[in-house]
Design a binder for this molecule. Sequence first.
Ligand SMILES: NC(=O)c1ccc[n+]([C@@H]2O[C@H](COP(=O)([O-])OP(=O)(O)OC[C@H]3O[C@@H](n4cnc5c(N)ncnc54)[C@H](O)[C@@H]3O)[C@@H](O)[C@H]2O)c1
Ligand SMILES: [Zn+2]
Ligand SMILES: [Zn+2]
Length: 370
Amino acid sequence: MQQVKAVVARAKGAPVELVTINVPAPGPGEAVVKVQACGVCHTDLHYREGGINDEFPFLLGHEAAGVVESVGEGVTGVAPGDFVVLNWRAVCGECRACKRGDLQYCFATHNATQKMTIAEGPDAGVELSPALGIGAFAEKTLVAAGQCTKVDPDARPAAVGLLGCGVMAGIGAAINTGAVTRGKSVAVIGCGGVGVAAIAGSALAGASPIIAVDIDEKKLEAARGMGATHTVDSSQVDPVEEIKRICGETYQGAEGADVVVEAVGRPETWKQAFYARDLAGTVVLVGVPTPEMTVPELPLIDVFGRGGALKSSWYGDCLPSRDFPMLVDLYRQGRLDLDAFVTEEIGIEEIEAAFDKMHHGDVLRSVVVL
Ligand SMILES: NC(=O)c1ccc[n+]([C@@H]2O[C@H](COP(=O)([O-])OP(=O)(O)OC[C@H]3O[C@@H](n4cnc5c(N)ncnc54)[C@H](O)[C@@H]3O)[C@@H](O)[C@H]2O)c1
Ligand SMILES: [Zn+2]
Ligand SMILES: [Zn+2]
């Protein structure tokens, strides 16, 4: 057991606090990781606002890179000193998805068994709920060893840590779920961290045109920097008509894009995605809806008549052991600009300020550096 500083959300809506926590020595199958960098994701704010569940107190932070400090009994995949990116889908190898070889869909992903706890004050000893089973706004955190993916140690922690959530979700939504390749047209609706990553992934795959859609001009500017060939401000024009027009200019007769990625998580933007895809095209829903949202009124004949596929994307349907090292490699070769996602590096005490900045359009990611 050791004590470290960490950022905790104690109660719904209350500002986060920097507190001392207990991190147990790793048990069987677990690892303690010294965190070097952790991005501030919208999901952390959702946790703080009670939007995920009410298992307070939460240990926030889940887009992280760091160095393995110690491992428990039976751990063979990583060793102390390894540079790792943390993932929130450690596969089990045993469930029906894993057994048929679809590890990216594992239905029984796991986290550390032991609990980290608050070390001081009136709630000393209270167990913490780590965000997405990670909890990396902390000097050190305890995770399942399978949540540690070893990558090239020369990579910048603040940049590659982002592969741990939003950037992987976006790139994977395009190239894994949407099967974007060269020769295909892509539209991405919603250009926050996830949508812009879907654009970067589409550019990496050689797609063209790549059409970015958002209601915020600053986000469209970021999208252009990541490889969007066209941008559409959907607060001004009908995005469905614009996507059809642009794709029709490139591919004669095209009635939309081959792949449309929805990275907002709302019924009306999903419906735009549905009608903005070409015949036999694919819609990828990577934005996360809230429980009360329903599929908008949709004639079944349109579902049939347009053919193709309506898909959802969990974590970009990634397999961390396959995708993280590959993307870090492309980053090291200068083919994937992960640095461009890091708008600012901040201290661990600046997380509330980073949450505030999320409501303005000019921050893609604030990254806590430890
Ligand atoms: N599927 C997954 O595994 C996974 C992983 C991480 C995040 N997500 C989800 O992806 C979504 C995007 O995450 P993010 O971090 O990029 O969020 P973000 O808040 O940074 O970005 C959302 C973007 O959508 C734009 N937007 C809002 N309303 C719009 C509209 N009507 N039309 C067009 N654009 C609109 C905003 O201007 C913003 O640029 C969220 O729902 C998030 O929960 C999913
Ligand atoms: Zn499994
Ligand atoms: Zn996240």
